[in-house]
Design a protein around this ligand. Structure first.
Ligand code: NDP
Length: 450
């Protein structure tokens, strides 16, 4: 039995139920690394895998806050500081009732490789809370964010750990978190990214992940002699990543026809009405059901089986598919529908949105597949640009940020493509991303000693 199987066996025997997604992520990465470990014995000698799969630390804390009815509420907060071999821990905060330690370990682990792929000096981390922002007043969101930061501030700092947004955490939440940090520490510093522009945020941070997803896809398609122009695209989700993926697809003259949320999915054959979608989801924070009421040609399918919904999107015939909602939303059955309907490429906008069975099926059918840790790295790349701007007290223009983002995403594709070829995995961008991300972190860990 090889080192990888030994490690996976040990973890499998000791894991609890919430570790399932973490184990899924580990299995995929470690499988990719087998040829690297076989050809370079330094990694085994320095116990790199054993060290890399355990977070440096996990902070878990109580968050007590008062709701608008003056009831006291208690939630759990976390920060998983996974690996800082390449730079300060960096990764988002997720506020969602499904959040637990296992989900954050999975996201933090993926973040190490994603951040490494950007070529920028950032380590990997993730955090959040089981707090549900849905239906809460602005005042309640502020109260919760203040209480969360009262504890979190002890563990973060511009050179230690720089959190950002994720599901349920956008500019509003980052603003409140930043305000509380400033109050507690009396320090005005770039401790969070995704800040509103007026106090240190970078232009284009909200757009960065979705735009990056499309730049990556465009580069991948170019290598395959294909293009985005005039092609039908199915996108799931309707949050930050999905909306800006749709926006950039329009810039590239493609036609996005679907989106979804936690209650249902929209199919609009004329193309998603982006201005309306932005107003509905980003300003009114409403449900997609409203979209169908105002767009008579659009088809709305309500879904009951949350949290594994969104599958209707994958039944619509399309050239390219972009899962941008949440983990494990695209299953084997969905992959089968996509292939039957002639899909050519799938790019992951969300983190690990495709199940292992779905990926296997897509790859067997020669569908181009762009994995999340490479394709959605644009968000964290622009977060690092925000850190640079904060450190030098400068402001970059929208054009400069977008140009750097595009260069970064196209460079990530090339790195992933070449690495896959070097290890005999031509066109397998999962292996390419895992190996390229791993080698940089592992080499830094060896150089830094134990
Ligand atoms: P948002 O909170 O802005 O949006 C999430 C979207 O997904 C919403 O439309 C939400 O519906 C929908 N959704 C959430 N859970 C489910 C579910 N179980 N089934 C169906 N739909 C669901 O999050 P983001 O757009 O920021 O994040 C989306 C994904 O992208 C996540 O996997 C995140 O980790 C990843 N990501 C985000 C980055 C960023 O910069 N924001 C960077 C890199 C990755 P509803 O509107 O009903 O809540």
């Amino acid at each position: 039995m090889g080192i990888v199987d030994n490690i996976l066996d040990q973890i499998k025997n000791n894991k609890c139920e919430t570790d399932n997604v973490f184990y899924q992520a580990l299995e995929e990465v470690l499988d990719s690394l087998k040829p690297v470990l076989a050809s370079d014995t330094r990694y085994a000698r320095h116990a790199i895998l054993e060290r890399l799969i355990v977070p440096d630390r996990i902070v878990k804390f109580k968050v007590v806050w008062m709701d608008d009815n003056q009831n006291i509420q208690v939630n759990t907060g976390y920060r998983v500081q996974f690996n800082n071999a390449l730079g300060p821990y960096k990764g988002g905060l997720r506020f969602h009732p499904s959040v637990n330690e296992g989900i954050l370990k999975f996201l933090g682990f993926e973040q190490i490789f994603k951040n490494s792929l950007t070529g920028l000096p950032i380590g990997g981390g993730k955090g959040g809370s089981d707090f549900n922002p849905k239906g809460k007043s602005d005042f309640e969101i502020m109260k919760f964010c203040s209480a969360f930061m009262t504890e979190l501030h002890k563990y973060i700092g511009p050179r230690i750990d720089v959190p950002a947004g994720d599901i349920g955490v956008g500019a509003r939440e980052i603003g409140y978190l930043f305000g509380e940090y400033k109050k507690i520490t009396s320090s005005y510093e770039g401790v969070l990214t995704g800040k509103p522009f007026m106090f240190g945020g970078s232009l284009m941070r909200p757009e960065a992940t979705g735009y990056g997803v499309v730049f990556f896809t465009d580069e991948m398609l170019k290598y395959a002699g294909k293009k985005l122009e005039d092609k039908i695209c199915c996108v799931s989700g309707s949050g930050n990543v999905a909306i800006h993926t749709i926006e950039k697809l329009y810039h590239m003259k493609a036609k996005p026809v679907t989106c979804s949320d936690s209650k249902g999915a929209i199919y609009d054959a004329r193309g998603i009405d982006l201005d309306y979608l932005k107003e509905l989801k980003l300003v009114q924070r409403g449900s997609l059901e409203e979209y169908a009421k105002t767009h008579s040609d659009a088809i709305y399918t309500k879904v009951e089986d949350y949290p594994t919904n969104g599958h209707e999107v994958w039944q619509i015939p399309c050239d390219y598919a972009f899962p941008c909602a949440t983990q494990n939303e695209l299953t084997l059955v969905d992959a089968q529908h996509l292939v039957e309907n002639g899909v050519v490429a799938v790019t992951e906008g969300a983190n690990m949105p495709s199940t292992p069975e779905a990926i296997e099926y897509l790859q067997k059918n020669n569908i181009l597949f762009a994995p999340a840790k490479a394709a959605n790295a644009g968000g964290v790349a622009v977060s690092e640009f925000e850190m640079s701007q904060n450190a030098s007290m400068s402001k970059w223009t929208f054009e400069k940020v977008e140009e750097r983002l595009e260069l970064t995403m196209r460079a990530i594709f090339k790195r992933v493509h070449l690495t896959a070829s070097d290890y005999g995995y031509d066109g397998n961008y999962i292996h390419g991303a895992n190996i390229a991300g791993f080698k940089k972190v592992a080499d830094a860990m060896i150089t830094e000693g134990i």
